[in-house]
Unconditional design. Structure first.
Length: 200
């Protein structure tokens, strides 16, 4: 049995832990500092969940956005990265910050997380970049039919970060419509693009 999300009243918020009341049942969800910052006790909110089932445990991990949940799942696909390390990495940054770190090979952004050393950070960058073939990413079309260059500008870097999260070229092209990619920072482009896809 797996939950895609839990929707209910936030009953309690602690460090790396949130309790969400769904129909009188309180579900304990391990989570990140980023998600904790988005939650308000007493308010009805939604957590996108990842369930880790073992013989001796049933653990639920909850995230305020689908994007952060995707980041978590990507991290778990890396050899040597367990749920605790994945939460620590995502707690040290934002979902868009993590995407940018992987897309740009920013090792320091990952080693800023508690318990994450240089070797593990390098493995995360290597395995995720290789898996998603970011270096060979195809150009992304814009609304006007123009093509964004593969490398060297904010739009292509943002597109690479969105590819890390598993979005298709058509989804990315839709999300970049109307954005001022020439004057916005890469992180702001990613943030606005993610917002556009959430409300799509």
């Amino acid at each position: 049995m797996f939950f895609y999300y839990l929707s209910g009243t936030i009953a309690a918020v602690e460090q790396n832990l949130a309790v969400i009341d769904c129909g009188g049942v309180g579900y304990e969800c391990a989570t990140t500092a980023y998600t904790i910052s988005q939650l308000r006790p007493g308010q009805v909110q939604k957590l996108y969940t990842y369930c880790n089932i073992r013989e001796d445990a049933f653990e639920i991990y909850g995230f305020s956005t689908k994007e952060e949940k995707r980041c978590f799942e990507l991290l778990l696909s890396v050899s040597g990265v367990g749920p605790k390390a994945a939460l620590n990495i995502l707690s040290a940054t934002t979902p868009s910050g993590f995407q940018l770190a992987v897309a740009s090979g920013d090792e320091k952004a990952l080693t800023a997380a508690q318990g994450v050393g240089k070797k593990l950070a390098q493995r995360v960058l290597l395995e995720l970049k290789d898996k998603l073939k970011l270096d060979g990413m195809e150009a992304i079309p814009t609304t006007g039919g123009a093509v964004l260059p593969q490398h060297g500008n904010h739009a292509s870097e943002a597109a690479a970060a969105l590819t890390v999260l598993g979005y298709s070229q058509s989804e990315i092209a839709f999300a970049l419509k109307g954005l001022d990619v020439e004057n916005l920072s890469v992180e702001e482009i990613v943030r606005q693009a993610l917002r556009a896809m959430v409300v799509k």
